[in-house]
Design a protein around this ligand. Sequence first.
Ligand code: NAG
Ligand code: NAG
Ligand code: NAG
Ligand code: NAG
Ligand code: NAG
Ligand code: NAG
Ligand code: NAG
Ligand code: NAG
Length: 339
Amino acid sequence: MRNSSLLALLGLLSASALAAKLPKRGLAAVGSKDWPEDDAIWVGESSPISWYYNFYWNVSAVYASVPQDQVEYVPMLWGGGVNDTDFLSNITEMIKPSSGAGGRNITHVMGFNLPDQLFSDGGSEMKPADAAQSWVHNLLPLREKFGIKLGLPVVGDPRGGWVDPFLKNCSRLNDNKECKFDFVPLHAFGQFGVLQDRVGKFSSAFPGVPLWIVEYGYNDQNLATTQEYFNQSLTFLDDNKAVERYSWFGAFRSTVSNVGPNMAMLDPWGNLTDIGSWYLGGNATGKAAMPNDTPRTNACSAEHPCTDADKNAGTELSNGRSLGLWWSGAASCLLLLLL
Ligand SMILES: *[C@@H]1O[C@H](CO)[C@@H](O)[C@H](O)[C@H]1NC(C)=O
Ligand SMILES: *[C@@H]1O[C@H](CO)[C@@H](O)[C@H](O)[C@H]1NC(C)=O
Ligand SMILES: *[C@@H]1O[C@H](CO)[C@@H](O)[C@H](O)[C@H]1NC(C)=O
Ligand SMILES: *[C@@H]1O[C@H](CO)[C@@H](O)[C@H](O)[C@H]1NC(C)=O
Ligand SMILES: *[C@@H]1O[C@H](CO)[C@@H](O)[C@H](O)[C@H]1NC(C)=O
Ligand SMILES: *[C@@H]1O[C@H](CO)[C@@H](O)[C@H](O)[C@H]1NC(C)=O
Ligand SMILES: *[C@@H]1O[C@H](CO)[C@@H](O)[C@H](O)[C@H]1NC(C)=O
Ligand SMILES: CC(=O)N[C@H]1CO[C@H](CO)[C@@H](O)[C@@H]1O
């Protein structure tokens, strides 16, 4: 009797453990202007998604009521801030509202998205010296005052031409003290070997510092290849001790994807694809990203709604700058080919 109730209890515990959040698994929330209903899919109660970022300093409106301890919001200083402290003020206000209302318990913040790349390529185009100044104005105080963990700027090359001068400039502006960071976000687009290679390179460059793979996937492949990569990469990232978090790219419909339709987690009508459902801990839905591998140009119609790729709602930030999703991937791949 005692044994069977214990077993029942264990059964309940493991069932709730299965439905629990996966601490590594997150969301690169590009958001959908055209189909805002899509955004609710990712943070439902049974979703294992435990954190998200949106390339921006403020929560996505659609997730504003989601408590921080349910799905952690990670603000990002995408770029700029060289001569101001707006980001610092905004995050401080978010944590400790001047109204005295309950704040949001921000514990991680990411700095600069691809500062080593041009605006036209989707980067935030910052000189290491400028980025260092912005870091000291806006990010360092968050670490010192609130103990917030800071992510190194997202760059193509772990050390190379950008990070080292950035860190040197930064420490010079910080009374010659080292500018500390707590995790290293990176992108990885291309075949499985690219992911392994980038995780390997970044772990060697920053030993012991947790890695976050904040945009990744095998872009522009057929469905079978994409699904095989998806499974292989999840196993790899879940098992890899250097990897603290990851977010598959991406949370959008196949018809507006800039990385090929098959990486999309939603089909042309907003239903979860197999990959989308697997990422949320569900079973295959049998819904191909692009049914019958229909070429995307033929897939746009009243029955297969899609928007012009250039007008992809997800790639527009509220400040009007393009994220250059495709380019961030292409540039990383290109960089790897060149290295
Ligand atoms: C941040 O976003 C929330 C949710 O959309 C909004 O209510 C709030 O006004 C925004 N904060 C600022 C300072 O714009
Ligand atoms: C910051 O201010 C300096 C001095 O006024 C100016 O030269 C520089 O262009 C400014 N930098 C940015 C990125 O606005
Ligand atoms: C800070 O918040 C204001 C709105 O209150 C917004 O206009 C501005 O873009 C934000 N800037 C940064 C860098 O967070
Ligand atoms: C904020 O969140 C962190 C991490 O979950 C937790 O350790 C800490 O106690 C929280 N702080 C507050 C004030 O809730
Ligand atoms: C600071 O950054 C600039 C580029 O923005 C670079 O030319 C310079 O060498 C850096 N300084 C150090 C000490 O690395
Ligand atoms: C991927 O994993 C799912 C289970 O999560 C499985 O059903 C599917 O067959 C796998 N596909 C490939 C190509 O490995
Ligand atoms: C997945 O399918 C299995 C076998 O049909 C079923 O037992 C399980 O409940 C399903 N899981 C979800 C999350 O729907
Ligand atoms: C099976 C399934 O979920 N199908 C849905 C796909 O999306 C369309 C449009 O929202 C729905 O009408 C279907 O029910």
